[in-house]
Design a protein around this ligand. Structure first.
Ligand code: SF4
Length: 362
C-alpha cells in the first residue's frame, strides 16, 4: 500500500518513482488522494483559457516539433491582427476570463511591437478584465517586461525536459537552443512579474521515471505558479521520429501523464495545472481524466478554424475542425462529466502566485 508515502510531509525522488509505477488499487489510491487535495486547495472548478494559436512560423528547430523551422511540409500562417482581436473578444464576451496567445518563436522588433500593440488593444476593450497568457518562447528580459507592462499577466515557457542531457537530445546543439538560456528566461519571466508557467513532455525516448520524478522536484524547486504538461506524441516529419521504437505505448504515456499531474497536485497543491490537448489525442476523455486527478485549467481552442489544422506540434491533434461555439458546448459537457464546474467569468489566477505576491508585500 502507498498510504505511507502519501501521508508524508515531503516526497523524495524515490517516493515519486514509486508513485509513478503504481498499478491497480495503489494507482486508484493515488488518484483519489490527489483529487482530494485538489478539492481542498483549488476546489472542483475549472478555469478556461481561450487558446489562440496565432502563428505557426518559428525560427527554432526543436527535434520533436511538427512546426519546426526545417519542416518544409507545413503551410505557414500568421493571423491578422483583426482575427486575433476578434478571437480575444469572443473569449471576453463569452466570459472565459482569460486567453492564451501562442505562436512559434520569433525574436525581432517587428514581432515584439506587434504583440505589444495587440496586448494594449486587448487591455483596452476588456478594461483589463481579460487575463492574457503569452506563450511565445524565449525573449530578452526587456521584451518580457515590455509585454508585461502592455497587459500580459502570465507566461508559459515549457522546459520540456529538466535533465540537461535529455534536453540536448531534443534540441540542436547551438546558441539558439541553449538549456542555460531557457533557465535564464524562466528567471527573467518571474523577475518581470509574470505568473510563470512551465512543463515537460512525458514518455520521451531516452526518458526514465527518475527523470520524470526530477522534473516534478525541479518545478517545486523553482516555485512555479502554473504547469502545462502532457504525453509526448511523435510527429513523422521530425528528427525524433527515428527513435519511435523506444517509445512506450500511447496508453502508457497517458497513464504516466495522469500520474505526473496527480503527484504534482500533491507536491504543489495551490498551483494551476492544465489538462493538455495531447491527452485527448490518446484517449477521447483524456482531458477529463486529467481534471479528475488534479488539473484545474482547460484551454478551449478559439483559433479561427481555417488555420487550426496547421498548428500541429504533433499528429492527430483533436478539435481542429470545430467552431468556437461547438467547442464551448463540448467543454461544458466534458467538465461536468467529472463533477467539476466551469468557472465562467473568473480570471483564475494561480493561487500560488497570489499567495507569493501577498507574502512579498508583507
Ligand atoms: S517547440 Fe516551439 S520553439 Fe521549438 S520548433 Fe516548435 S514551435 Fe518552435
Amino acid at each position: 500500500m502507498i498510504s505511507e508515502i502519501l501521508n508524508k510531509t515531503g516526497l523524495s525522488q524515490s517516493d515519486i518513482v514509486t508513485l509513478l509505477e503504481t498499478q491497480g488499487e495503489d494507482r486508484q489510491e493515488l488518484f483519489k488522494y490527489s483529487a482530494g487535495i485538489k478539492e481542498k486547495y483549488v476546489k472542483n472548478k475549472v478555469y478556461l483559457r481561450g487558446l489562440i494559436e496565432f502563428s505557426n512560423i518559428c525560427g527554432k528547430d526543436c527535434y520533436y516539433c511538427g512546426i519546426r523551422r526545417s519542416n518544409t511540409k507545413v503551410k505557414r500562417y500568421d493571423l491578422s491582427e483583426e482575427d486575433i482581436l476578434n478571437a480575444a473578444y469572443y473569449a471576453y464576451k463569452n466570459n472565459y476570463g482569460s486567453i492564451v496567445m501562442q505562436s512559434g518563436e520569433l525574436a525581432s522588433d517587428k514581432f515584439t511591437e506587434r504583440i505589444t500593440r495587440l496586448l494594449k488593444k486587448i487591455s483596452e476593450f476588456s478594461e483589463g478584465k481579460l487575463r492574457v497568457t503569452l506563450s511565445c518562447g524565449e525573449q530578452s528580459y526587456e521584451v518580457y517586461k515590455q509585454w508585461f507592462d502592455a497587459g500580459a499577466d502570465r507566461y508559459l515557457l515549457r522546459i520540456e525536459a529538466s535533465n540537461r542531457e535529455l534536453y540536448h537530445k531534443l534540441h540542436p546543439d547551438d546558441d539558439l537552443h541553449s538549456f542555460d538560456q531557457r533557465i535564464k528566461a524562466l528567471k527573467d519571466l518571474r523577475k518581470a512579474g509574470y505568473q510563470t508557467g512551465t512543463g515537460v513532455m512525458i514518455g520521451l525516448p531516452f526518458q526514465s521515471n527518475d527523470d520524470l520524478a526530477n522534473d516534478l522536484l525541479w518545478m517545486k524547486s523553482i516555485d512555479i505558479d502554473m504547469v502545462g504538461m502532457g504525453p509526448y506524441l511523435e510527429h513523422k516529419d521530425t528528427p525524433l521520429y527515428q527513435f519511435r521504437d523506444l517509445l512506450l505505448p500511447k496508453e502508457d504515456r497517458l497513464d504516466l501523464s495522469l500520474k505526473m499531474i496527480a503527484i504534482l497536485r500533491i507536491l504543489m497543491p495551490n498551483i494551476n495545472i492544465a489538462a493538455s490537448t495531447a491527452m485527448q489525442t490518446i484517449h477521447p476523455q483524456g482531458r477529463e481524466k486529467a481534471i479528475a486527478v488534479g488539473a484545474n485549467v482547460f484551454m478551449p481552442n478559439i483559433t479561427p478554424c481555417y488555420v487550426r489544422g496547421e498548428y500541429k506540434l504533433y499528429e492527430d491533434k483533436p478539435c481542429t475542425d470545430e467552431s468556437p461555439e461547438d467547442c464551448r458546448a463540448c467543454v461544458e459537457n466534458r467538465i461536468a462529466s467529472v463533477s467539476n464546474d466551469v468557472a465562467y467569468g473568473e480570471v483564475g489566477d494561480s493561487l500560488h502566485y497570489v499567495q507569493r505576491q501577498s507574502k512579498r508585500q508583507k
